[in-house]
Structure formats: structure tokens, C-alpha cells
Design a protein around this ligand. Sequence first.
Ligand SMILES: NC(=O)c1ccc[n+]([C@@H]2O[C@H](COP(=O)([O-])OP(=O)(O)OC[C@H]3O[C@@H](n4cnc5c(N)ncnc54)[C@H](O)[C@@H]3O)[C@@H](O)[C@H]2O)c1
Length: 482
Amino acid sequence: MMLSQANAALRPVSRLGGVRFMSAAVSDEVKMLEKLLAEAKERDAGKCAEESAAEAAEVAAAGPKFNIGTFNAISSAGLNTFPTRKYEIVPMADKSDEEIHAILLRSHKLSGDQVPDTTRAVARCGSGTNNIDVAALTERGIPVFNTPGANANAVKELSICGLLLASRGIVEGINHVGTIVKEDGEDFAKCKKRVESDKKMFVGRELTGKTLGVIGLGHIGASVAQTAIALGMNVTGFDPAISLEGAWRLPGDILKRASSLEQLVRESDYISLHVPYIKDATHHLINADMLKAMKPNAAIINFARGELVDSAAMRQLLESGDRTGRYITDFVDESLHDHPKVITMPHLGASTAEAEENAASMAAMEIMDFIETGTIQNSVNFPTAKLDRLPAESRRICIVNRNVPGMLGLITSTLGRANINIMQQINVSRDNIAYNVVDIADSHSPEDLAKLQDDISKLDGVISSRIVSGKDGKPGFFYVNA
Ligand SMILES: NC(=O)c1ccc[n+]([C@@H]2O[C@H](COP(=O)([O-])OP(=O)(O)OC[C@H]3O[C@@H](n4cnc5c(N)ncnc54)[C@H](O)[C@@H]3O)[C@@H](O)[C@H]2O)c1
């Protein structure tokens, strides 16, 4: 009944000479609809008020929040990962007086003295951490996290674009069209004719059936290999230090493994670099000898780092005519930027909205995991650590100590002296750092726990300690004494 009344009211009103006329029946229906709408709005307003009151009560009950200090503009997708009832975002540029519990940043150069003593963790939205004084933070027992693989798809897509730019006269052709239009723009029929007759200058080759050598089979390299295979290329990989996790990502049945870098460069039509730049290890990985070992028309795609390639040697070979293959790079280089066989992009590899969102969300998850459970995943200075929570109520203590003999005994006997039973624990180490996660029964008073934490902190070799959470998991229980 109501539906048919509503439908009647939706019938178009008749128009006569620009003036609208409505029948009495239609006017009643409109009034009824307006009344229904007003009632619905009232109901909605009541519901909203109830919801905001419930939310406010929840926020108040949650107690003090964790403050996440941010440098740089962090993607809102990442910041929204932090539930507002537990976390507050504090831009560090505001120089607020808030206690900072973790720091999230992108390219900001972070020195140790910019990290307040209350900071439990630092996370970089990205993979490199050269902009952070990691050594200083390690000394203070603060883990630094990064986001490996978060931008892999973005870099993979541009590397595939690099393969195409190396194969077809795309950039040269586009530039040529621009020149023709400039010269003959008045006469467009002439322009079109010239374009058609000149296109033979830009004939390319296809990727299908060619061999791509991928150097470095980590997050990006493995993804490039997968896509190149899907494009019909034969793919050979070289990565003597591949991780077990990395090996799982590879299409092992189709990907050919090169036994040496030289074998890979000798056999490939395209070479794509996906290794980190490490001064004493990968500097000029592609040196003059490697360049000479390549097929003369092999193209090199470099979306990893400029310093991996000896650009002066490449310029020499390009000018001598011994190299005809193109070099597609994401890094401007003084020796190569103006050579016609070189296409340079302005470090665009990871520059997508999605990559920034992925990295920021991943960094936020890593920080929350560490703050709430002591879990360490993707840290560049701390060991990986995960201890599942017990079904029974428990308190969790996380202790960072120097990786020297006898520390575990000292910690457990301190707990024993306090008459505290360990329900479960893990102890892991990396380089000079050891990390303990210890679960104890949740039956101790806050005073006893404070005394225990004090005793642990006084042990020679303990760098920092904290009590993560109680049964209610309130952030307010989280404290540190370094
Ligand atoms: N252009 C950009 O904007 C951009 C963005 C992100 C990353 N990158 C670069 O890409 C690189 C790779 O990134 P990823 O996320 O794949 O890193 P990753 O750590 O997942 O993979 C790197 C791989 O290189 C391998 N490797 C190290 N040294 C090697 C060597 N000498 N020979 C062969 N393999 C070697 C490692 O074993 C590892 O498997 C980064 O180090 C970075 O420099 C560039």
C-alpha cells in the first residue's frame, strides 16, 4: 500500500507553459512522504547520538592511548590502521608535549636524539633504513622495522615497462611525433602523412621468446620473473643468497637458475637488476667485464640502484659501438643521462598511491603487533620473535639484553626470587641483541610488577624491559624503564 502511494508520488508532475500544476491527491501523497521522511530522520538522529555516546564511553574506558609520532606525510590508509580508541597520531613537527610510544616515518633523517626515551619502536614505511640511526636505537633497545615487499608490485610494473621501453621505439617515437607537430602543425594532413612514413624508424622487437636474466630474486625480482614468464619470456635467475621464504615465491618449475652472474649476463637478451646496493658487495656489480660479456644488444633494466652499474664503462662501450642495447634506469647519472640509448626515469619505481598505502599499513601493523604483544616481524636490528598468547589470563614481560652468556639464567632467577612462575617464554638473538618474551600469571599486584621490572632493569646487560599488557589489554599498563 505504502509502496504504491510512494510510486504515485514519484510520477512526473505535468507542466504547462513553464508553470507546475499538482492534483490534490498527489499533493496529499507528497505531504505523507514528507512526514515519513521527517520521522525517519528523527529516528536516525537518535541512533547516531546513541552510537557516539557508546563510542565515547568505549574511548573513556580504554584509558590512556598510545601516541604514534609521525615524520613526513604518512598515507591515511596507514594511519587509519590504528584504532582511534587505542592510538593517537601525533605529528612530530608539532613539537607536542605528548609522550611518544612509537615513531612512523618515510624519508625523514632520524637521529637518535629525535627519539624520546619513551619510544618503544620505530617503523619506516619502505624497505631501506639508511635515513635512521639504527645503531643508536639498537643501543637503547629500540627495534626498527621496515616494510619489505610493500612496494614490490609498483617496482615490478615499472620494470616491465622498462622491458617494453627497451624493445620498442616508444620514447623516441613519442618525441618524433612532438617534433613533427611542431614543424608541420599548421598542416595536419601533412603531419599524419609524415608520421606514417617515418614509423619505420622505430621498429622494435617483441619480448615473447626472448631470455630475461633477473639478478636478485627477492620480493621484486621474483615478481618480475613471474610476470615475464606470463609474457612468454624465458627467465633465468641469479641469487646466491636467496632466503627460504624467497625461494617459495619462485616459479621453481619454469625459472632457470644461473650458476654464476657471468653465465646469466652471457645468455640474456634483457637483464633486470633487483639487488640491494651494498658498498663493499654490490658496487658496480655490472662492471666493464660484465658489460663486455653481454650480448651487444642486450638491454639492461635498472630499477634497483644506480651505483650497481659502472656507468662510465657503459658510456665508453656505447660510444665505441660495442654496445647497442638500451639502458633503462630509474636513477639519473652524469655519464649517461644524455646518451640516446639511455632512458632515465626520476626514481619512480615505488611512486604509486598503492605502494605508499601498503607500506604505511604494513608499518602500522608491525608497530601495533610489537606494542600490544611484543611480536617482532620485519625488524632490521632485532630478531624475529612471536609467542602466541595463552588462553589463560597472563601478563607479558619483554626484555632486551646484550647477547652475552648467562643473561637468561639471571632473568629467570630474578623472577624466581620474586616467587613468580613462568608460564611460557622465548629467547631469541641477533648479533649483539637478545630478546625475551616471558608470560607470567596475571595474579600479581601492579606494585609487585613494578618492583620486578625494577629488579630486572638493574641486571647488568639488560637494555630495556617492559610489561606489555594485562587481561584488559589497556594501553595504560604499558611502560618501560630503559
Ligand atoms: N626504484 C625504486 O623506487 C625502488 C623501490 C624499492 C626497491 N628498490 C630497490 O630494489 C632492490 C630490491 O628490492 P626487494 O624488495 O626485491 O629486496 P629483497 O631484499 O626482497 O631482495 C633482494 C634480493 O637480492 C639478493 N641479492 C643480494 N645480493 C645479491 C647479489 N650480489 N647477486 C644476486 N642477488 C643478490 C638477495 O639475496 C635478495 O633475495 C632494493 O634493494 C632497492 O635498492 C628500488
